[in-house]
Design a binder for this molecule. Structure first.
Ligand SMILES: Cc1ncc(COP(=O)(O)O)c(C=O)c1O
Length: 398
């Protein structure tokens, strides 16, 4: 969107100059252009599930929206029933007890909450410990709040876990937040329970808030949910958790999630949020409750669909002698590319030559150089078609 009027003031704030537009927003425009030219693009770039929510969830949205009393502003704390449904899920899935009265704040998607949490608690000079690679909003939230990111490299040789012992004491003393995200986007890695214990111990010792992003805890191929940070004794004192229905219940476009915990930061966050939005649409909360109550079998069956897709994509790389960690969860494959290529050149060239779009690793941080991310968000037949094109180009044409 270019305005050619040279007399316009610079309306961009200094804050925003530090943070370029979100990669996928720009990619949407590039892909729209390709499509206008008649190209049939297969998108395996963004992490948006292709499968629908459970039918009862859609039915609930419809029914609830027919009620004339559904359409007013809602409390920033959401409804009691909404918070109770999250408390019930935490008890059932993780055996964690959270108080439905005060331990949950509804979010219009966790991206919103993650961004705003930084605005609620980071001042210039504060350090945020950001894994590299990372979900981009940890960094953007930090930068726009004026904070300083300190990157924790996630390397294949460490199973994509950060080395908390390597954080210098002078950084730890200035750090306010430690981000952790397992199962991980973009690497697909999972973390053992002992890592969560270590993170809690580190946070207590250094008086740091852990923000645990648990977007993929229920998207697991062996169908065992992974760890909630709250399962670690004492974690409630130092941690909050971001949870979302986007991936666990195929509801990415609905914008529905939650910030959970007992930490005082929830009050600060609520006071910021009360100045920004006017609550969550009631029918979306009610459909969210239905989603949180659906039978586990539905989630398991959906997870097996992802597992088959994972295996199909991996089968294409099997003879290529690449060091690929086989993910046990989430919806991504993190693939090393041939040396000599920059990730962005690789994905651009791939898009131009094959009409398949995948994500360059560098949009998730500098450690993503040399990697690309493939999302498992297409039916097997389309994924198969995309992989044939990718591998043909990779091996012959590039
Ligand atoms: C790790 C992680 N956290 C948070 C989000 C944001 O999810 P939402 O805003 O849809 O709740 C995503 C989305 O891809 C993600 O991968």
């Amino acid at each position: 969107m270019n305005n050619t009027n040279k007399n316009l003031k610079n309306y961009s704030s200094k804050r925003l100059e530090k943070a370029p537009a979100y990669f996928f927003s720009e990619l949407d425009q590039i892909i729209a252009k390709h499509r206008e030219e008649g190209k049939d693009i297969i998108r395996l770039d963004i992490g948006s599930p292709d499968l629908p929510p459970h039918p009862s969830v859609m039915e609930k949205l419809y029914r609830s929206s027919l009620d004339p009393s559904s359409h007013g502003y809602q409390s920033h704390l959401g409804t009691k029933a909404y918070r109770q449904a999250w408390a019930k899920m935490y008890k059932k899935v993780f055996d964690v007890s959270l108080d439905p009265k005060k331990s949950f704040i509804p979010l219009t998607g966790t991206k919103e909450g993650i961004f705003h949490l930084h605005q609620a608690c980071i001042d210039p000079g504060d350090v945020v410990l950001v894994p590299d690679p990372h979900y981009p909003t940890y960094l953007r939230g930090t930068q726009i709040a004026g904070g300083t990111p300190y990157f924790l490299p996630l390397r294949p040789e460490n199973n994509y876990l950060p080395d908390l012992d390597a954080i210098p004491a002078n950084i730890a003393s200035k750090a306010k937040i430690l981000w952790i995200n397992y199962p991980n986007n973009p690497t697909g890695a999972s973390a053992p329970y002992s890592f969560f214990e270590k993170a809690v111990e580190f946070a207590k010792r250094n008086n740091i808030l852990i923000c645990s992003d648990s977007a993929y805890t229920q998207v697991t191929f062996d169908n065992k949910p992974t760890t909630s940070i709250f399962q670690v004794p004492g974690a409630m004192e130092v941690a909050v958790e971001f949870n979302t229905l986007s991936k666990s219940h195929n509801m990415a476009g609905w914008r529905i999630g939650v910030l959970a915990g007992n930490h005082p930061i929830l009050d600060t966050f609520l006071s910021l949020k009360s100045n920004i939005d006017s609550g969550q649409f009631l029918p979306i909360m009610e459909a969210g409750i239905t989603a949180l109550n659906i039978e586990t079998k539905w989630i398991h069956e959906r997870n097996q669909v992802y597992k088959k897709r994972r295996d199909l994509v991996l089968s294409y790389f099997k003879d290529m002698n690449l060091q690929i960690q086989i993910p046990e969860a989430a919806i991504y494959l993190w693939i090393p590319i041939p040396s000599g290529w920059k990730s962005k050149d690789f994905t651009n060239e791939l898009l131009n030559k094959t009409a398949v779009s995948i994500a360059p690793g560098t949009i998730f941080g500098d450690q993503g150089e040399g990697f690309v991310r493939i999302t498992l968000n297409k039916p097997l037949a389309i994924l198969d078609q995309a992989m044939q094109k990718i591998i043909k180009w990779w091996e012959n044409d590039k």
